[in-house]
Write a protein that binds this ligand. Structure first.
Ligand SMILES: Nc1ncnc2c1ncn2[C@@H]1O[C@H](COP(=O)(O)OP(=O)(O)OP(=O)(O)O)[C@@H](O)[C@H]1O
Ligand SMILES: [Mg+2]
Length: 276
């Protein structure tokens, strides 16, 4: 019943200062995610979702507040410690998938294990198994350029999960997938989070994907505007064809009534840092 809290943020704020313009991208966000809990993070473009994920991934430092993962205070860690922590405890996929172009699908996934010095035969088997489960069993030896956008995204998802991280963060993992694939991938993602007791957060613009999560957190203007935990409310949200339920306007030139394309990521994201 009382599952362990893995992620705990308290009044976390991120302020960006660029060319005289100050943006409170994340504004006093307090969030808890337990082991085995899958959270959907939704909200309009620019509401701070990616910034929140980047801070949890230790890629960006908070301006104020505290962030705890697995009982460790991220703000108290030095850069080297954060890199090691990220490698061992965090799995993530970002809006841009950041696959290494000259490594095959299998090698991209194995890379995470190699960085953690765990690249035995068993690890390779796990990488193969995970990619197969994600429908890429016949694409193991393809380079990213030889894969479709959706296939690349699935390799990135496998890479986020392969090293058994405590925390899995996914920013728009279904942006380049068709509906059937999106359902399949997020379904597997949810299963792996539940089975392996990870804390998972997925940012999505596609409310239909919320049917796989245990809790929906809506951000507006950097703040948490709403948290939905009741199953019936989540199902309702996932089945809704209108954004009205979340009181947010959809962009005018939207093709699909319940999803819109996210603009490209604005901050340069380093992937896991180099091996030391
Ligand atoms: N490196 C940066 N420098 C200055 N401002 C930034 C930077 N990164 C993000 N911002 C600003 O912070 C706010 C939150 O951005 P963020 O990328 O977190 O939004 P988001 O919710 O992920 O949006 P989207 O759904 O479009 O991906 C935006 O106003 C954005 O312009
Ligand atoms: Mg974003």
């Amino acid at each position: 019943m009382n599952q362990q809290t893995i992620i705990e943020t308290t009044n976390v704020t991120k302020i960006f200062d660029s060319s005289g313009l100050t943006v409170r991208a994340v504004d006093e966000v307090s969030l808890r995610v337990k082991a085995g809990e899958f959270v959907g993070l939704v909200g309009p473009s620019g509401s701070g979702k990616t910034t929140m994920l980047a801070m949890l991934a230790t890629l960006l430092r908070e301006s104020d507040g505290t962030m705890m993962i697995d009982g460790q205070d991220l703000g108290a860690m030095g850069e080297r410690q954060r890199t090691k922590f990220r490698r061992e405890k965090i799995g993530f996929t970002f809006q841009a998938n950041n696959l290494v172009p000259y490594l095959t699908a299998l090698e991209n996934v194995e890379l995470m294990l190699r960085l953690n010095k765990k690249n035995g035969r068993k690890s390779r088997e796990r990488a193969r198994e995970l990619l197969t489960r994600l429908g890429l069993g016949d694409r193991l030896n393809n380079l990213p350029a030889q894969l479709s956008g959706g296939q690349q995204q699935r390799v990135a998802i496998a890479r986020a999960l392969i090293h058994n991280p405590s925390v899995v963060l996914a920013d728009e993992p279904t942006a380049s997938l068709d509906t059937e694939r999106a359902n399949q991938v997020v379904g597997i993602f949810a299963d792996l989070i539940h089975e392996e007791q990870r804390a998972g957060i997925m940012v999505t613009h596609d409310l239909r994907m919320c049917k796989y999560v245990d809790k929906v957190v809506q951000m507006v203007d950097g703040k948490i505007a709403r948290v939905i935990t009741e199953r019936t409310d989540i199902e309702l949200l996932a089945g809704t064809s209108e954004f009205d339920r979340l009181d947010k306007p959809a962009p005018a030139k939207q093709k699909d009534p319940i999803s819109w394309e996210a603009p490209p990521l604005r901050m340069p994201i380093p992937v896991y840092g180099g091996a030391d």
